[in-house]
Every structure is written in C-alpha cells, then in structure tokens.
Ligand binder design. Structure first.
Ligand SMILES: Cc1cc2nc3c(=O)[nH]c(=O)nc-3n(C[C@H](O)[C@H](O)[C@H](O)COP(=O)(O)OP(=O)(O)OC[C@H]3O[C@@H](n4cnc5c(N)ncnc54)[C@H](O)[C@@H]3O)c2cc1C
Length: 495
C-alpha cells in the first residue's frame, strides 16, 4: 500500500470522530501513504451530531440530517463512501402557526389564504415601509430580517421561532447568523419563487439525499474505510489534554473509558500533526501549558445552545406526510417535529407504526434538560396531542437523546472572541482546528467536512485558510478546491 513501512508513517492525531474528524482522516489517507491518522472519539459512536441513534430497531437522527451541498468534493466523498446506499428524498415541510399549517417554502396562495387578506395587506405595507426606511446598520438578526421582509412578516414568522431556537431575543443574535442561514432570500424573492416555481436558496431545497439508514451510516462506513486502510479510530477515547512546547504541539493525553465501566486508562499519544474538532472552548482549556489569559478569556465568551430530541413511536402509521414541521406557536415548547419514515422507510422496523422526533432547544441544566425521561415523554406526547397530530395514548415507545453544544451561538461577543482564538491557534505550527464547534461556525456537514479536507491538504503542504470556509464563499458558487498557484504559494510564504 505504501512506499514506506507502516511503522514509519507520520502520525496525525485527529480529535473527534464526527464528520469533520473522520473526513480529515479519510482525506489524508486518500492523498498520502506517508501519514497515519489516529482518530480519538470520546463517545461510543462515530458521527458526532450527525450520528444515528437507535431504540428497539427505530433509528433516528439528532434532528433530521439532509445531505445537500454545492461543494463538489464533498458530494464526491459521500458517493465514494456510500455508493448505492443514498436515496433521494422529496422535501415536504410546513410551518405550524396560529393553529394553521403554512407550506414551507412559502406558497403564495396558501400563505395568503391562511393569513387572510387584511393581514396580508399589512405585511405588504410593512414590507414597503421598511424598504423605504430600512435600518441603516444591520447588526442584529432582527434588523437583518426586517430589512428584507418587513416588520410584520418578521413578527409572524421569525420572532417566536428564533426565540425558541436560541432562547435569547433575536435582538441579541448577530446578523451573521441570518446571513448564513437565510442567505440572499428576501420577501420579493420568496414570492417570486412561489410564483415562478424557481428555487435557488439554501433553506429552500426541494429534494435532498439521505443514507437509507440515516446519516450515521455514512460515518460508520467512513470509519471502517479508515481502519481498513491502516488508520486508527479509537472509541470511548476522550482527549483531556493537548500538550505543547511553545507553538509546537507534541502530544495529547487520552482517557480511554472502559465499556465495562471499570476505571479509565490514561495514555499519552504523540503526533507530528494535530487536527481538532472538539468545541473551541473545551479545546482552549485542554492546552497544557494554557494559552495566554486573554485567549482563555476569549474562549470563555463562546456560548452554545443545547438540544434534545424525544422520539415517540406511535401505534399507527404517519400522522402527517411532511419530513418535518416547524412549530412557531409559542403555546408549546417543541420547536420542530420530524417524521422519520418520510426520510427513509428503513428507519422503522414496523411500517404500521410511526416514529416522530419532537425537537426541543434548551440549555444544559435548564428545566427541560433536567426533566426525567418519563416527564419528557409525557410532555412530548401531550404537545403532540395539543397540536392535533396524534393522541397521547397512541404513544407506545419513546427514546430521549440530549445533545450538548448542538449550536454555536452568534451573540454580541462571539466575533471578537473568535478573532482572538483564531489568531492564537494560527500561531501553532502543527495544529489545526476544523468543523462546526471546532471553528464555532454554524456549519452543516458539508462545510464541516470541507474545512477538514483543507486541513488534511495543509498537512500535505498546501496552504488553505480553514477559517474562511462558509464565511466568504457564496453557497451558490460552484466551488471546487483548487491547488494554490505558485504565485499564491509565494505570497503566502512571504506573509
Ligand atoms: C438539530 C441539528 C440538525 C442538523 N441538520 C443538518 C442537516 O440537515 N444537514 C447537515 O449537513 N448538517 C446538519 N446539522 C449539522 C451537523 O450535525 C454538523 O455540521 C456536523 O455534525 C459537524 O461535524 P463535526 O465533526 O464538526 O462536529 P460534531 O458532529 O460535533 O462531532 C464532534 C465529535 O467530537 C467528539 N469529541 C468532542 N470532544 C472530544 C474530546 N475531548 N475527545 C474526543 N472526542 C471528542 C464528539 O463526541 C463528536 O463525536 C445539524 C445539526 C443539528 C444540531
């Protein structure tokens, strides 16, 4: 397989076995026989937030995970790994608000019908008002949305849901999040899409790909390939320390948790290069010696939003056809509801039942997070009934997964903090950080993977800025990573 003996391969330590960590290892192995990736994953499952959990044969995601990308190399890797195991799924999703279902993406006549002529007129007037006199500066999510959709539509369709997702006022969320999430959609464009049937914006994708057994299938297969090719993937292996001498990282300390519950074993693992995908805040606290105090203070400013899913099994087939429904109504706590059969029939062992994921946005340690599993099951069943989707007595099973650090928060402090962290991490000569929480960026799998691919290529001598993935490039751009030109290389070397 290589021109060198296995023992001579340069060890590359990868922290985290989610999409980013596994992609870094996969890409490295694909391009180099001189390196040996060693992945250390703290939990007992690969895939990170993109894993697939299961309970009595019912498989479910941590939220539904669509596979959609404009990045050719990501798309290529998905197909290289999963081959025929991808299915194409038509997207159907709606918004539930004021006891009515609104098609999403917006369908003009459905929206007008639901909202009524009087309110529709007010939405339009408000839109024109804000077009004439917009906010001069778009710093918050609220200002960004109002400038594009008007105050009235914002109040109906953005305010309460955003508040649910983030648990803070949309005034406190930076406009960056809207720009990343909603991209260049506006009321005008949304209406035009509805009339013309065209659709060109990230959040409005009409069909998507999905591994037939859920996203975890992708990451389980990737881990197998890495191992088949001589790489290592260590499970239950939590990285607790990143040791450095000045700006050079020398090793990590790993706590290997035992499956049988016996005392964990510590190990020091040396490496020539290091790629991290654990959350930035945790990473900074793992460095030994610690970074300068201002860097530690910056890490402490990063905040996260947590998430939990209560997957209910019903004694009858799907109560609705949608893949998922956004629940804007403030009367219930649930934020989004998944219907896993609409993603793939193979997610359910019994087609006479339904598997419904009730998604709650929360904060670790708050009332929801701390609720017992029985109480969560009761709450989710009650809310499903309250929404008229099924009776609480139809529920015959439930599984609950709590996911800490599901979302990096874009609040007023994060940008400056991130700049400080980026600067310090870039000063390390053999250490890179990638992924979603590894970059504190609202990245989907594709951008988490792209940053990891670029990190792997940097190890092989290319020069890519992983910190700009999903920042400067437009999602609509057909983007393929190019090798740097000699001029670019010279310019980077001179920096
Ligand atoms: C509700 C929800 C819905 C989503 N929907 C989609 C979607 O439809 N499509 C899409 O493409 N993306 C979606 N995403 C985003 C997607 O989940 C992420 O982009 C992706 O999982 C990020 O990959 P990652 O490897 O960077 O991080 P993670 O998935 O967070 O993986 C990091 C891994 O590192 C491990 N780890 C952490 N600390 C340590 C440590 N100290 N030692 C060892 N291991 C450690 C963790 O256990 C984890 O396995 C969604 C996310 C959420 C929350």
């Amino acid at each position: 397989m290589s021109d060198m003996q296995q023992g001579e391969r340069s060890p590359v330590v990868v922290i985290g076995g989610g999409p980013a960590g596994l992609t870094a290892a996969y890409e490295l192995q694909k391009r180099s026989s001189r390196h040996k990736p060693k992945v250390f994953e703290g939990s007992d499952m690969v895939g990170g937030i993109s894993r697939t959990e299961s309970n009595n044969g019912y498989r479910f995601d941590i939220g539904g995970h669509r596979f959609f990308t404009k990045v050719k190399e990501v798309e290529d890797m998905w197909h290289e790994v999963l081959k025929d195991d991808f299915i194409t799924v038509p997207r159907l999703s709606r918004i539930y608000y004021r006891e009515k279902f609104f098609d999403y993406p917006l369908k003009l006549f459905n929206a007008l019908w639901n909202i009524g002529p009087y309110e529709s007129m007010r939405i339009l007037l408000s839109y024109f008002k804000w077009q004439v006199r917009p906010y001069r500066k778009e710093e918050s999510f609220e200002e960004w949305v109002i400038n594009r959709f008007g105050g009235r539509l914002y109040m109906h369709f953005f305010r309460s849901y955003t508040q649910k997702v983030w648990g803070i006022s949309p005034k406190e969320i930076r406009a960056d999040w809207a720009a990343q999430r909603i991209k260049n959609l506006s009321l005008f464009k949304a209406v035009w899409n509805a009339i013309s049937g065209s659709n060109d914006t990230t959040s409005l994708i009409e069909e998507f790909q999905y591994p037939r057994l859920g996203p975890g299938m992708m990451w389980e297969r990737t881990a197998e390939i890495i191992k088949e090719q001589g790489g290592e993937v260590h499970m239950r292996s939590e990285v607790v320390k990143v040791n450095r001498k000045g700006n050079h990282v020398t090793s990590i300390d790993v706590k290997h948790w035992r499956e049988d519950g016996s005392a964990p074993v510590m190990e020091r693992v040396e490496g020539d290069h290091f790629v991290n995908s654990m959350a930035l805040r945790d990473l900074i606290h793992a460095f030994d010696p610690p970074p300068p105090p201002e860097v530690v203070a910056a890490a402490d400013k990063l905040r996260y939003r947590d998430f939990l899913i209560v997957t209910l099994v019903l004694d009858h087939a799907d109560p609705f056809k949608d893949n998922w429904i956004y629940i804007h109504s403030p009367q219930v706590k649930v934020g989004r509801i998944q219907n896993f059969r609409a993603w793939s029939k193979e997610m359910l062992p019994d087609q006479n039942t339904a598997s419904i994921g009730m998604e709650y946005f929360c904060q670790k340690g708050d009332g929801l997070w701390n609720m017992s599993d029985e109480d969560l099951r009761a709450l989710a069943s009650k809310e499903l009934e309250q929404l008229g989707l099924a009776r609480a007595t139809d529920v015959i099973g439930a599984a609950i997964i709590r996911q800490p650090k599901a979302y990096p928060v874009y609040d007023g402090e994060y940008r400056a903090a991130l700049d400080t962290l980026e600067e310090w991490i870039l000063s390390l000569d053999n250490f890179q950080t990638v992924g979603r929480n590894g970059l504190h960026r609202y990245n989907n799998q594709d951008h988490s993977m792209l940053s990891a691919m670029l990190a792997a290529r940097n190890i092989l001598g290319e020069k890519h800025d992983v910190w700009t993935v999903n920042v400067e490039r437009s999602y609509h751009e057909e983007f393929e990573v190019k090798k740097p030109t000699p001029e670019m290389k010279a310019a980077l070397a001179a920096e």
